[in-house]
Design a protein around this ligand. Structure first.
Ligand SMILES: Nc1ncnc2c1ncn2[C@@H]1O[C@H](COP(=O)(O)OP(=O)(O)O)[C@@H](O)[C@H]1O
Ligand SMILES: [Mg+2]
Length: 207
């Protein structure tokens, strides 16, 4: 199974969601996972090489790659039907290298924030994705939600996004999210995300 984590822009929490899902699938659901880091910052791949020095063996493998290498790795993906491949995408849309990834994905997760700027790039991402693969399962994850902010556009945003896919419960903005690693999710973050990943698991991953 191939799960992409993407949005048009950097910053909505793609790499964070990729790590949270990888940790959830390996630790809670005991699945085999490989995380493919295609973001140019390679933040997850760098974190993984540091962790590998300290912890052995790692709960899942992280592979650094770029969009162009997808055709090369594709045969490996189809040879491992039990493995869940999570691909952290770069925050861009103007690259034809995304087309084969969109075509081969089983599920796309799209983290976003309830701001106008984030909304436009989320809609653009969804339109392009659905144009390339109309029957793709697309799931929106509201992230970094601040309890003190009154999101006036919230219901409007949800109405628009629901035409493209499902929306999970929201993930709050908490400083502890900076402590998520390729080895574990901090214990106080786990209850904040369990509803999100249990829903995604039940609806799209569990066979
Ligand atoms: N729910 C959250 N609460 C607080 N900080 C968050 C949350 N989600 C992500 N972050 C932080 O926001 C920054 C951007 O997140 P990141 O996952 O790197 O975004 P992207 O991969 O989409 O560019 C990181 O510093 C990350 O730790
Ligand atoms: Mg990233």
């Amino acid at each position: 199974m191939i799960i992409l984590i993407g949005n048009q822009k950097g910053g909505p929490g793609k790499s964070t969601i990729a790590l949270l899902l990888a940790n959830f699938l390996t630790q809670v659901k005991k699945h085999q996972v490989t995380l493919i880091d295609m973001d140019y910052q390679q933040s997850i791949a760098q974190m993984y090489s540091r962790a590998k020095i300290l912890d052995s063996p790692p709960p899942y493998e992280v592979v650094a790659a770029n969009l162009e290498q997808f055709e090369q790795i594709k045969p490996i993906l189809s040879r491992n039907p039990d493995m869940i491949f999570l691909i952290d995408l770069p925050g861009k849309l103007d690259d034809d290298g995304l087309i084969p990834l969109f075509q081969n994905a089983d599920l796309v997760l799209c983290p976003f924030a309830y701001s106008e700027l984030s909304f436009d790039s989320t809609i653009l991402f969804s339109v392009v994705l659905k144009k390339i693969k109309p029957d793709i399962s697309l799931v929106f994850i509201p992230n970094r939600i601040k309890a003190t902010v009154n999101y006036r556009t919230k219901s409007d945003v949800e109405h628009q996004l629901s035409q493209f896919g499902n929306i999970t419960p929201a993930i709050p903005d908490r400083i502890d999210f900076q402590r998520i690693t390729t080895v574990s999710t901090p214990i106080n973050v786990q209850p904040l995300v369990i509803a999100v990943f249990s829903q995604i698991y039940a609806d799209y991953i569990k066979r």
